[in-house]
Design a protein around this ligand. Sequence first.
Ligand SMILES: [Mg+2]
Ligand SMILES: [Zn+2]
Length: 257
Amino acid sequence: MRHGNDPSSELEFANSPTPRLHNSTPMIFSDFDGTITQADVTDRILEELAHPMWREVEDEWVRGLIGSRECLERQMALVDASPEQLNAVIDAIPLDPTFAAFYQLTERQGIPFYVVSDGFDYVISRILKRAGVDGQLENGRHLYASHLEATGRRLAASFPHSDCEHGCATCKAAAMRRLRGENSQVVFVGDGFSDRFAVEEADVVFAKKQLLGYCRRRRIGCRAFETFADVQAKLESVVGTKASREGAKAPRPAPVR
Ligand SMILES: [Mg+2]
Ligand SMILES: [Zn+2]
C-alpha cells in the first residue's frame, strides 16, 4: 500500500514529519534485536537459559500490565547459566548480512550512528564486534542499552537510560531527543513494538515487521525495509547524505503533504 505521490520514494502515508532535506546533518538511530540481528537475542537467552516462568512475565508485558524495564529485570533474574553457555547463545545469533557494509558507509561518510536498545550492552557489543564494528561501543556513547552484570551463574539487569514515563528499559525517544542537534535529520531504523515511542522523535522512519504494522495502523510516515541494504539504497534519496550530494543525481522525494 503506497500513499506517496512519488512511487520511487516509497513513502507510506503522508502525515509524517516533513524530512528536512537542506542543510541538515543526518544521524541514524537503530534498534538492535530483529533489526541488526535476525532474531531477538534476549528472547533466545530466555528460551534457552531461563526458568520457563519468563513467559508469564512476557505475557504481563504484552498485556500492558508492566513496562519493558520491569519485564526485563524480572526475566533476566530467571536465567541460570555459565558465562560459556551465555556466550554460546549470543554467538549463534545471525546478523543481517548487509549490516557491516552499511555501518562502514556511515563511518566513511561521517554520519553519526547510534544503537538504541532495550537489550543488553554486553550482548550487543559482543555481536557488533562479530560484525566488525569496533570502538565506540561504550554504553552511553554510541550505544544506549540496558546493562548486564553477571555473578556466577546469575545475571542482573540494570537500566542506565530508562528515565521516562513509558516504563521503557531504554528510552529510545529520550536518547534521540537528547542527542539530536538543532539541524540534524533523525533517521530511525526498527522492527518492533518497543520502537513505537522512537518513531515520534524521527524525521525519517525505516520500519519492518511489528513496527511497520504499527506505523501503518497509526498512519505514521515510514519506509518499509527488510535489510540494511534496503536502508542504504533508500537513505540517499531521503536524506542529504554526502553520497547523494556527490552524485548530484539522486532523486528528491515528492513533497510530503
Ligand atoms: Mg527490535
Ligand atoms: Zn520511554
